[in-house]
Design a protein around this ligand. Structure first.
Ligand SMILES: [Zn+2]
Length: 768
């Protein structure tokens, strides 16, 4: 008798378990892509080696090349022409022998025979401004691009070279062995472009009213390409949009400009006393001690006076920079100059701004403060800013970064008034471009290949820094704003892009030149992904530790995407392969909803399920031991009194089991759920993400539960959770704070017909 009874029982449990397993297998088959979503990133990653460790840190034999520059630069302001003589000393730290060197000639993007205009396939636009029309159809190309006059070794002997558009291959007299140094010189000149009319991230703006130019000069000298363990020579052509890959080095740069110009650039100004007036020196000394507000070094009155001069004399400004990957400078007689000090890691750093009067009053009020605040925020998120200064230069329509110096837009109208858009745009771009000192100027990723590694990481920290800035300077905000209105970072702002037309979306892991919707792809989406990772998936502590670890490991080095992905996992014990795979390697979007909720009660009476099974197997129901039966509300087994009875009243076997197996002390702490739910979540979106659920109970209280993304590992379409609750659940909302970039929230709540407003009213009634 006993044996038979337990035989039947074990069959029940086995068949219940088997049918659950079959369901699972069935689900895996139908959710055919779900295996891939949690598959480890082995095929996509290169194998770790002695150069790059599996942890994501530089490997035991990590190396990088060094390129040191000595340059004499002369700016011919009258003819808008720049010329230079530079000596590059290249150190081969690689284990490889090099037969030739590759040098980047970015200015050739503007040469008459440039192929850049030829790859634009935009066709005839229905409406154009006359300037655009003339530029597209009427202008003959201007004389632009490098004129290379000489390439020679240190004895002045010519070296043979070949120019392939924006790249120049210099033949070495004999191959460089590992550890060798080789010095060579290049003499060059080019006509500077007007960056307002001709476009470009370097050039001059011409001010018709006073006849002056303001120069922001970069990509202006032949620069060494990167040679590395991952790319060999990174000599991919410069087409215009894709940015740069550059080795670190030390720079000695002497720049000769008209004597009435005010100039600043990358590096320490070593002859300040020769180029600053006595008055400027005094003001500079007081700026070094001013930590709360900028000190004006060259005033607007002085700049306006200088605008009229057009000096025939020249001055030479001498800069020395160590361990930088590039050099840029800005110069004009129109420049106003201010500075303030900011303490970073116990050291003083100078925050500097250069702007023509056209930038005021906005610029003298906010530029330098934004620079200082940015250095503080980024240093907190990464490492202490290692350079001695950071400069923000005002240049029309520019937003571009170089070591220690950047160009930024944000110009008031002629009467000095400005809109919120101009003000926040100016603050945001300064924070962004100053932030680029960290990524990619110091954490020196390959911009030409991976736009997101500098733009995405930088835009992510920019969001943090903007929020800090708004808190530090509440008077920078307009009255209607409580916080800085960041354009990128918060999850909901990326929804229109990720939910948009898939024909025009590429994975983040796409070369910058080839991506649709560049800003959303390379800036917005990676920044949002990291913000979601920080605030929702990993939590701030774990994320911040790992992000800092990445920044510190790769400071003054050349990281790859894998080094970032691996470090974030290595330092946090978070398996994030599914996250990188979904967000960075696909164009999938997030859409998770609540599909169905069923309510259950317990019962002592055999339910239909067991009755059918007993019948099928010819077993006697009376022979069963005490069991707990689950009864769905509204089903044929359901009785109204189940709703009003307690758990113990509904189920005698549960009551007896507790009484027999728990001490009176234990019984006091035991939970007693009366309500049972089967909650089915659906996932129409391709991305796997945690399910964040807010449960509202009949007494008006709420509870938020987060189910990790791995909940989707066996079924990519829908999952069901069994919930036992002491209180009745009256409302369920998925992603209540809109923190996952869910593109369709119409399926995010249950009951569906309760709209947010109605629910608020209902909730108040319950509370009242
Ligand atoms: Zn940027």
């Amino acid at each position: 008798m006993k044996t038979l009874k337990y035989y039947f029982l074990s069959i029940i449990f086995i068949s219940v378990a088997v049918s659950a397993q079959e369901n699972e297998i069935e689900e895996v088959k139908t959710g055919h892509i779900n295996n891939n979503k949690f598959k480890q990133l082995y095929d996509e990653f290169s194998t770790p080696n002695m150069y790059r460790a599996a942890s994501g840190a530089p490997g035991s034999s990590y190396y990088q090349q060094q390129a040191d520059y000595k340059m004499d630069i002369v700016l011919d302001d009258k003819n808008a022409r720049i010329s230079g003589f530079e000596t590059i000393t290249y150190t081969n730290n690689s284990p490889d022998e090099l037969k030739y060197l590759w040098v980047q000639l970015d200015q050739n993007k503007r040469a008459k025979d440039s192929k850049s205009p030829l790859i634009e396939g935009s066709g005839v636009r229905p409406v154009m401004r006359p300037g655009e029309f003339a530029a597209k159809f009427m202008k003959t190309p201007l004389e632009r691009g490098f004129n290379i006059q000489q390439v020679s070794d240190s004895n002045g002997k010519s070296l043979s070279y070949t120019i392939n558009r924006t790249m120049m291959r210099v033949e070495l007299p004999k191959p460089m062995a590992s550890g060798d140094k080789f010095s060579f010189s290049i003499k060059w000149w080019y006509n500077i472009n007007n960056h307002v009319d001709e476009d470009g991230r370097s050039g001059y703006e011409f001010f018709e009213k006073d006849g002056n130019r303001a120069y922001v000069i970069a990509q202006f000298f032949p620069r060494m390409a990167v040679y590395s363990d991952v790319e060999g020579w990174q000599n991919s052509q410069f087409w215009g949009r894709d940015e740069f890959a550059l080795p670190f080095g030390d720079y000695e740069v002497d720049i000769t400009v008209p004597a009435d110009h005010i100039l600043d650039g990358t590096g320490v100004l070593v002859n300040r006393k020769e180029v600053f007036s006595k008055e400027m020196m005094q003001r500079y000394e007081s700026a070094k001690r001013s930590y709360d507000k900028p000190v004006i070094i060259v005033s607007q009155d002085e700049a306006e006076e200088a605008e009229k001069g057009f000096s025939e004399k020249t001055k030479t400004w001498k800069f020395r920079a160590e361990n930088v990957r590039d050099f840029g400078f800005a110069t004009s007689r129109k420049f106003i100059l201010d500075m303030m000090a900011v303490k970073i890691g116990g050291k003083d750093v100078m925050a500097v701004s250069l702007y023509p009067k056209e930038g005021n009053p906005l610029w003298e009020e906010w530029s330098t403060k934004a620079v200082a605040s940015t250095l503080e925020s980024y240093s907190r998120m990464t490492f202490d800013y290692p350079y001695h200064k950071a400069i923000s230069v005002h240049a029309k329509s520019q937003g571009m970064e170089y070591p220690m110096i950047c160009w930024n837009y944000g110009r008031p109208k002629e009467d000095g008034t400005y809109s919120d858009r101009v003000k926040y745009g100016m603050m945001g771009v300064i924070i962004h471009e100053v932030g680029h000192n960290f990524f990619p100027m110091i954490v020196n990723s390959d911009e030409r290949q991976w736009t997101w590694m500098d733009e995405g990481l930088n835009t992510f920290v920019q969001y943090v820094a903007e929020q800090d800035f708004g808190k530090k300077y509440p008077d920078a905000l307009s009255p209607q704003h409580e916080n800085f209105p960041s354009d990128r970072g918060p999850a909901k702002l990326i929804v229109p892009y990720m939910g948009g037309n898939q024909d025009f979306i590429a994975p983040i892991m796409t070369k910058g030149l080839n991506t649709y919707q560049f800003g959303n792809n390379a800036y917005g989406k990676p920044a949002t992904a990291l913000n979601i990772l920080r605030e929702t998936v990993m939590g701030k502590d774990l994320f911040d530790y790992a992000f800092k670890e990445y920044s510190r490991r790769w400071m003054f080095k050349h990281p790859t995407p894998e080094d970032f992905f691996r470090t974030m996992e290595d330092a946090s014990a978070f398996d994030l392969d599914w996250f990188w795979r979904g967000w960075f390697y696909t164009t999938d979007w997030v859409d998770i909803g609540v599909k169905d909720i069923k309510k259950f009660y317990v019962s002592s009476e055999p339910n239909t399920f067991i009755k059918d099974m007993a019948k099928e197997r010819g077993a006697n129901l009376k022979s069963l031991p005490p069991l707990v039966y689950m009864v769905e509300e509204g089903s044929e087994d359901f009785k109204d009194n189940m709703k009003t009875s307690t758990l113990f009243e509904n189920s005698v076997p549960v009551k007896e089991y507790i009484m027999d197996n728990f001490t009176p002390e234990e019984q006091k702490t035991i939970k007693s759920p009366n309500f049972f739910y089967n909650i089915t979540f659906e996932k129409p979106g391709g991305l796997v993400m945690p399910i964040i659920v807010e449960y509202t109970y009949a007494d008006g209280t709420k509870k938020t539960e987060t189910y990790p993304a791995q909940i989707w590992r066996f079924n990519d379409n829908e999952v069901t959770k069994a919930i036992a609750s002491e209180k009745e659940i009256i409302n369920v909302i998925v992603d209540p704070k809109l923190e996952t970039a869910d593109i369709d929230t119409s399926n995010n709540s249950w009951p569906k017909e309760v709209k947010e407003n109605d629910f608020e009213k209902f909730k108040n009634k319950v509370k009242g």
